[in-house]
Write a protein that binds this ligand. Structure first.
Ligand SMILES: Nc1ncnc2c1ncn2[C@@H]1O[C@H](COP(=O)(O)OP(=O)(O)OP(=O)(O)O)[C@@H](O)[C@H]1O
Length: 321
């Protein structure tokens, strides 16, 4: 981790023909050496942003810099720095895995053939098989292995686990985490599976209708929010920083921003939040103001699963339950 920027977007926007803007006013700094998760509802602009980031799409407005230089994907040096796995990880039909390794080596001077073969062996993927006859999980692993073998500085993955079952998804993410641990690779990946992102990412970008709504270090985002749980009520007046309230039959859960100086709401149990809580809250309330980049100074972040303070004000039926 160097603190430098891997990608910088300045006023980036994309419009397909005369249609509405797919991405607008995107100004972001994505830090080098981090694993950055990109989330957003269908059509939010994730694929558009990823393709702009690596020069597969030309911006309608704004600029992209990669590792401090204006993006030039027409130069071989620029191409060598990026590995890309597209949605559904398409592989060349009819090619064997060994053919694709040969092709990768011919196209990329730094291609790590031995490393790729070792990884495939460890994964139990036979290189003699035709790639399009492998299972979806194996195809995803082959696509990732080929991208990693380029030894890129930036790896971009567009919903790489979308079509995989939970086991294959876990295997894919494990390969990714191991690769990141061995290098200073920067990874930018989009996914709807937030629980997987939470396992591997340390930085998050949330898009809503083509605009960046949330961006930051995941630890800071989690430290900047709390979940208040208490007896079911529709009366949330006076709750500072309320982002979203959800109600069960007996309980209400309020996701709030930076409740410094708790307990400010003595009726409520205060719990740490998970990434999925935060993502769902900002998807439901994309207009909500996120916390300031600095985490609250007085309240140390809670350990996962530990409660900050527990104030019991539960109904009798619940205490018996
Ligand atoms: N080639 C295209 N031509 C016209 N409109 C497009 C094109 N590609 C994307 N769009 C539109 O741009 C918007 C953003 O699409 P994009 O694919 O970037 O979203 P996404 O967040 O990746 O969606 P998903 O999660 O469904 O993959 C959508 O409204 C989409 O219909």
């Amino acid at each position: 981790m160097t603190g430098a920027s891997a990608l910088h977007f300045s006023g980036l926007g994309k419009r397909y023909g005369r249609r509405a803007w797919a991405l607008r006013d995107c100004t972001l700094d994505l830090p080098q050496g981090h694993v950055i998760g990109l989330v957003g509802a269908n059509g939010a602009g994730k694929t558009t942003l990823l393709q702009l980031a690596i020069g597969l799409l030309k911006p309608t407005e704004g600029t992209v810099s990669m590792f401090g230089r204006p993006l030039r994907m027409d130069s071989p040096a620029g191409l060598a720095e990026v590995g890309f796995v597209a949605q559904d990880h398409p592989l060349y039909r009819g090619f064997s895995v060994a053919d694709m390794l040969r092709y990768g080596r011919a196209m990329n001077p730094r291609f790590d053939q031995q490393g790729a073969e070792r990884r495939l062996r460890e994964l139990g993927i036979p290189t003699g098989h035709r790639a399009d006859r492998l299972s979806g999980g194996q195809q995803a692993q082959v696509a990732l292995t080929l991208a990693l073998a380029k030894q890129p500085r930036l790896l971009v993955l567009d919903e790489p686990v979308a079509s995989l079952d939970p086991l294959a998804r876990r295997g894919f993410m494990k390969t990714l985490v191991e690769a990141v641990a061995e290098t200073d690779l920067t990874v930018l990946l989009s996914s709807h599976v937030v629980t997987e992102l939470e396992r591997v990412c340390d930085h998050l970008v949330l898009l809503h209708q083509g605009r960046v709504r949330l961006s930051g270090d995941i630890e800071d985002l989690l430290a900047g929010h709390r979940m208040l749980t208490g007896p079911r009520t529709d009366d949330t007046a006076g709750i500072d920083g309320l982002i979203v309230a959800t109600h069960g039959t007996r309980h209400s859960h309020l996701l709030v921003r930076q409740p410094v100086g708790m307990p400010a709401h003595p009726r409520w149990e205060v719990n740490p939040v998970g990434l999925e809580d935060v993502v769902l809250a900002y998807l439901a309330r994309p207009d909500a103001e996120p916390p300031s980049p600095e985490p609250p100074p007085t309240t140390p972040p809670p350990e996962p699963g530990r409660r900050l303070s527990i104030v019991t004000d539960r109904s009798a039926d619940e205490r018996q339950a």
